[in-house]
Design a protein. Structure first.
Lengths: 338, 361
């Protein structure tokens, strides 16, 4: 596996700028996740690294070599797409073996068999090697598709939302498996998704992409605890961080120039009855099974706080709010270091 | 709007039974969700209500009138597929008006209805625009407008949000539910996504292999799953199961799991010695070094406020959702304690829930 670096890479389609001066490095053995909404440039970035698109500007370095003008085949990358694209007429075994059968590789049959079995075990499909690929469930098909990518040891694995077409339970299972496999293999992976939970649970580092630009990169914990700005703060964490105008809580200590408090549920303590400093009223309680959401109206701003299901607060109750080490943002939405 | 009554509904395709005796009534004004994995029969059920499939046996009443074999066009139901199907060369106004064009309504009446519908969806300022220039959310609203402009008796929706990305989906979930309430609609909604079901439904029918496993409000289905299948399908991550063997007697308040005494809600029915599963939701697991029930941490997933731990125990894998301020690492040996009042017990071979004090309220 290898390190991949993008240096000031830009890509335009007609008048639209898809990627603008993108600068980041995926380290050897690292699980790097690009997180962003549809249209942020995630898939374009993958395609640029794979060589399926050419950048207008910038350099792409793969394993120390400038690969910017290399053809896709020369770059030695492996791509997993969103929709499992298996060969329907082939067995699971033959689907997995396919990338090894390329004429220029000339791999002996015994080695192919050995690799297929190893990967099949890894993605837990070894009991179905002889099945036709069309006779598999959705989760099994996507496991085969991932296995087919993993059968080679390329410079980097590129994964384009590989779990998004699966149902929730399978997604959770495969998420853990992909992480385990990556750790066991020491694989270098660039994975793109719009799902923040997926990004947080898979990534060694996350790059937050917005309109073709990297807003912030860092470990999930770094970005969650120290987001660069309001955009990054809103991206991670469920429920979303509460943005409270500073003037609504005048008694709270804050660094100069603070315009907005960023208060995650763990930054907020609520007490029954008014506290005379930040008084709100419960406007909605929602029992979600594993927790309860309290929606509190604080002088026109809605604040969502998670409370244990045992909480006895209910709609209409007066509450006082206090903050504990919240985040502080300035007029431009940039975070202020306290 | 209308009520929909489905009785003893069966559908067979050759030797495959797609729907095996569905019975339910969707009340006037209700948001009713059919939830299950692919192949469970939920879409077939919906298509039979719409008249796109004919049942092998059973009846479907719409507002008390038997429509089982009535043609789809005569049922006065709107079917919403994946939502982006708009006519790209037409304006918003013409897209919404389209279903009324062959209705015989006068021009001014059509105009009035389209405008009312657009106001309802808050897209009246977009009526003159071409739909191809609209943002994703507005396109979705136009597609919805086209479904509601006819004022049908009921809406049938088949995974309408399936292809949207998460943020947008959350937004549309709220909008769809609000719209349903605003126009006092009756909606039957099919999805495999339990989060959608939990967030929108008045009642959920969980389906598996053509059969209805459980029917109830979201909280009930979540808190008191009627079977292993339901418990395993709902929740993210879903319920964990620990195997144990023993006898259950009415009045029992604990069970033996691998030598550890685990308190459970009081048992209300008796079973001879057999295999059972203790079901625990991730948020009802606590770490407790003193507990006899031990597990080895094999996965730690950081989610910000909370983290999800995956632990291997001799009785099965247990997932826990705990505060991310607790330091836990892969490989740690930890003790587990459960919130006993919220535990479920299942009879392993039948998969059904054992009746306990959990079911009293």
């Amino acid at each position: 596996m290898a390190e991949v670096t993008l240096k000031k890479v830009s890509k335009r389609f007609g008048r639209t700028t898809a990627i603008s001066e993108l600068d980041f490095t995926i380290r050897d053995g690292e699980f790097f996740v690009l997180l962003g909404p549809t249209g942020a440039g995630k898939t374009t970035t993958l395609r640029l690294i794979a060589g399926l698109e050419k950048p207008e500007e910038g350099t792409i370095i793969i394993a120390g070599q400038d690969a910017t003008s290399d053809a896709p085949a020369q770059r030695d990358v492996s791509f997993v797409f969103q929709q499992y694209s298996l060969y329907p007429h082939l067995s699971v075994y033959e689907n997995l073996a396919f990338p090894l059968r390329a004429p220029n590789r000339k791999m002996p049959a015994a080695e192919i068999a050995q690799r297929v079995e190893r990967v099949a075990k890894m993605v837990r499909i070894d009991h179905k090697l002889q099945n036709r690929s069309t006779r598999l469930s959705g989760g099994e098909m996507q496991r085969v598709a991932i296995g087919r990518a993993l059968i080679r040891e390329p410079n980097i694995y590129l994964m384009d939302e590989p779990l998004s077409s699966l149902d929730a339970k399978l997604r959770v299972d495969l998420r853990l498996e992909i992480k385990r496999i990556q750790r066991d293999m020491g694989a270098t992976i660039l994975y793109v998704t719009h799902d923040a939970v997926e990004a947080m649970t898979l990534a060694d580092r996350i790059g937050i992409l917005r309109e073709g630009q990297l807003v912030q990169q860092g470990s999930p914990r770094e970005i969650y605890e120290r987001p660069r700005n309001i955009y990054a703060a809103l991206k991670l964490g469920q429920p979303a961080i509460n943005l409270i105008p500073a003037e609504l809580m005048p008694a709270e200590p804050k660094p100069p120039n603070t315009v907005t408090f960023g208060a995650r549920t763990e930054h907020i303590t609520i007490s029954r009855g008014q506290n005379g400093k930040a008084d709100g009223r419960v406007v909605l309680t929602e029992h979600l099974g594993n927790q309860s959401n309290l929606l509190i109206d604080l002088k026109g701003t809605q604040v969502l706080v998670l409370v244990p299901p045992e909480s006895t607060l209910s709609t209409g109750d007066e509450v006082g709010l206090n903050l504990r080490h919240p985040l502080y943002f300035d007029r431009e939405g940039e975070r202020i270091q306290p | 709007m209308a009520s929909i009554q489905v009785s003893a509904l069966h559908k067979r395709f050759d030797d495959f039974v797609a729907v095996n005796g569905s019975d339910f009534t969707v009340q006037h004004g209700e948001f009713f969700v059919l939830l299950g994995p692919s192949g469970c029969g939920k879409t077939t059920t919906l298509r039979m209500i719409a008249g796109l499939e004919l049942p092998t046996s059973g009846t479907i009443l719409l507002d008390g009138e038997d429509v089982t074999f009535e043609r789809a066009g005569r049922r006065d139901i709107a079917f919403v597929f994946q939502m982006f199907a708009l006519y790209p060369h037409m304006s918003t106004r013409n897209n919404i008006a389209f279903p009324l064009k062959c209705s015989g309504l006068s021009r001014s009446e059509i105009r009035k209805r389209v405008e009312e519908t657009a106001q309802l969806l808050r897209i009246d300022h977009l009526l003159g625009k071409s739909v191809s220039g609209l943002a994703g959310g507005d396109r979705q609203r136009v597609a919805l407008g086209r479904a509601i402009v006819r004022r049908p008796k009921a809406f049938l929706m088949d995974e309408p949000l399936g292809t949207l990305d998460t943020e947008f989906r959350d937004l549309m979930i709220n909008e769809l539910r609000a719209l349903h309430d605003r126009i006092d609609a009756t909606t039957v909604y099919v999805t495999h996504d339990q989060m959608e079901a939990m967030a929108m439904a008045d009642r959920i029918a969980v389906m598996n292999q053509g059969m209805m496993e459980q029917l109830g409000p979201p909280q009930e289905v979540y808190d008191k799953p009627a079977s292993v299948f339901v418990a395993d399908f709902i929740g993210s991550p879903p319920m964990s199961f620990l195997k144990f063997h023993g006898e259950l007697r009415p009045g029992d308040t604990s069970v033996q799991v691998n030598g550890a005494q685990v308190p459970i809600p009081e048992v209300r029915e008796g079973f001879a010695a057999d295999n059972f599963l203790l079901g625990v939701r991730p948020e009802h697991v606590r770490l407790d070094p003193a507990s006899d029930l031990r597990g080895r941490v094999s996965g730690v997933e950081y989610l910000g406020t909370t983290q999800i731990l995956t632990m291997n125990t001799p009785q099965g894998v247990v997932k826990a959702r705990i505060s991310s301020s607790e330091p836990v690492e892969i490989g740690d040996n930890v003790g587990l304690r459960f919130l006993s009042s919220r535990l479920s017990v299942f009879h392993e071979s039948s998969g059904r829930a054992v009746r306990t004090a959990l079911h009293d309220e």
